[in-house]
Design a protein around this ligand. Sequence first.
Ligand code: IPE
Ligand code: IPE
Ligand code: MG
Length: 255
Amino acid sequence: MNRVFGSWRKKRNSPESVHPDGENIPKHVAIIMDGNGRWARKLGMPRIVGHRSGMKAVKRVTIAADELGISVLTLYAFSTENWKRPKEEVDFLMSLPTEFLAMELEELIEKNVQVRMMGHTEELPEHTIAAMEEAIERTKHNTGLILNFALNYGSQREITESVKEIAREVMEGKIKPEEITQQMIGSRLLSGGLPDPDLLIRTGGELRLSNFMLWQTAYSELWFTDLYWPEFGREQLFAAVAEYQNRTRRYGGLS
Ligand code: IPE
Ligand code: IPE
Ligand code: MG
């Protein structure tokens, strides 16, 4: 591993019992929940066991994010590239939102959580959309944590679609090409209306974005851990936020 960047990664099983400062809590935390399959393999179990265990981590981290006063928690649950996996695994992944919401929706409502979804709905099975829509509808007036599931999400595709929409508006004569702004592109993305992530976490040891929020993470702070997603919880979220609070965000300027 590159020595300069070594400190980005948290060592497996390192003691991390820190509590973040109540000030300077990131508004938007986005997580690439990776490593379910490898976690299961480590235990000699099928990959889907890892996905089910990952669902428990979703619950832990949602509770911890709410406790910290984070405004938006975006969780990368399924990418536009994940369709390449065996059908059995894809079917299982598509059943998880339904299962998760059946178990947790009442508690999410009680906790004033607002559920949202960010993704390309066209390819999703009917039951997955129905479960998500019910959760979105029943929590739309909640004013607490926004729990945003990135499901069948692909950033290159969302950027392409945003650009197509703008091109149509140009064709219709509504705007001129020279009037296109960064803000116009950003507001037409699937995350439109949400602030950009302040902190991006990836579990599972890989150091890449895998087509996740490419536009929106232009100035996000990145935090990687070798821990697999089913091993992630409150303690690690707190450690990531505490480290975020020690970063200096310059946005290209001087501190
Ligand atoms: C993350 O875990 C969940 C999804 C991508 C849907 P993986 O399934 O990618 O697990 P690994 O990376 O193969 O261990
Ligand atoms: C990224 O994980 C997608 C999600 C966590 C949903 P992948 O496991 O699909 O990423 P790659 O293939 O290792 O880049
Ligand atoms: Mg993976």
